[in-house]
Design a protein around this ligand. Structure first.
Ligand code: ADP
Ligand code: MG
Length: 311
């Protein structure tokens, strides 16, 4: 009888070398946004104007970053789109609406050490968003942090009157102070996400460019439609954002083609390439726009900020 033998794939395992910002060793850094006037999906690439400086701020336009699939780039896009908008002079509030607190961690905040978070704002009537929000190291960008406490809110809000409108109600007093609020949703379509959709004017749906990208998107679209019909007539799909795109693989290009076939103009022209720079930014707790300011990833989120403001 043949014995199955397991041989190591090729000698000694490589120890990953920690990279530094700007060492140029990452192939993802070479991803171009524009190929002779075409976007990555082969559509004509419009030129988005540089956003004009604002003389006055607010009231904020609220965007939910939403996809019930985990690991598609919601949190990464919230941090980096937010930082890019702040670079363009917009006042930005990021709302961590995932009990995992990854958005807070990604901005260098240690969620377990926080006395009060968005949870307290939702549940305790004497705590306001202003009491809890934190300044980030990015000028013009603030954070409403969260931690695991938020997971209890889902249960506690169930018996609340107008339980879907709680986030909308608690954000209302701070909207005049900001130009854009980005809500980083948790990977589910539960009550917290419905609260985010009810508080929002628009939704950005990040989609990872891999085989199952479109799985679940129909259900997400149905949920958005229901929230629009029943709770929030303002709600619109702002755009679908292709993330972790690898232009070197046929697979990546095919998935992007399928996504643009399915959603047409709703797919942003700006595509975010796959690069190890993003996981690195989580470790250092800062946006890519400062960590690797001239990298392809930073440029892509700056371009996305222009595209979002131009829509
Ligand atoms: P989500 O919030 O949807 O769960 P994240 O933004 O946390 O997704 O991303 C999941 C993982 O993928 C994280 O480790 C993140 O650093 C990494 N990641 C996000 N965007 C990219 C990208 N463009 N290229 C490479 N890795 C990425
Ligand atoms: Mg996340």
């Amino acid at each position: 009888m043949a014995k199955s033998t397991k041989t190591p794939a090729g000698g000694k395992p490589e120890t990953p070398r920690p990279r530094r910002a700007g060492d140029g060793a990452d192939p993802g850094d070479s991803l171009r946004l524009d190929h002779d006037g075409m976007d990555a999906a082969g559509r004509p690439m419009p030129v988005f104007p540089d956003p004009t400086p604002l003389e006055r701020h607010g009231p904020a336009w609220v965007i939910a970053m939403c996809n019930q699939k985990g690991g598609v780039g919601k949190t990464t896009s919230t941090i980096n789109l937010g930082a890019a908008l702040a670079e363009w002079g917009r006042r930005v509030l990021l709302v961590d609406f995932d009990p995992q607190g990854a958005l807070s961690v990604g901005l260098g905040v240690s969620p377990h050490d926080l006395d009060r978070t968005v949870y307290n704002v939702l549940i305790e009537s004497d705590v306001s968003a202003d009491d809890v929000l934190l300044k980030t190291n990015t000028p013009g960008m603030d954070l409403l942090p969260s931690n695991i406490d938020l997971s209890a809110a889902e249960v506690q809000l169930v018996n609340e009157v107008a339980r879907e409108q709680v986030l909308s109600r608690v954000l209302a007093p701070v909207l005049p102070d900001y130009d854009v609020v980005l809500i980083d949703c948790q990977p589910s379509l539960g009550l917290l996400t419905v609260n985010a959709l009810t508080a929002a004017d628009g939704v950005i749906i990040p989609l990872e460019c891999e085989f199952f990208a479109l799985r679940g998107v129909a259900l997400l679209m149905q949920t958005i439609d229901k929230v629009r019909e029943r709770l929030n007539p303002r709600l619109e799909v702002e755009g679908i954002l292709a993330t972790m795109f690898d232009p070197r693989t046929l697979h990546g290009r095919e998935v992007l083609a399928r996504v643009t076939e399915a959603f047409g103009d709703r797919v942003f022209h700006t595509v975010i390439g796959r690069t190890v720079r993003f996981p690195e930014t989580t470790v250092v707790g800062e946006p890519i726009t400062t960590y690797a300011s001239s990298s392809a990833g930073a440029r892509a989120y700056r371009e996305l900020a222009k595209e979002v403001l131009a829509r």
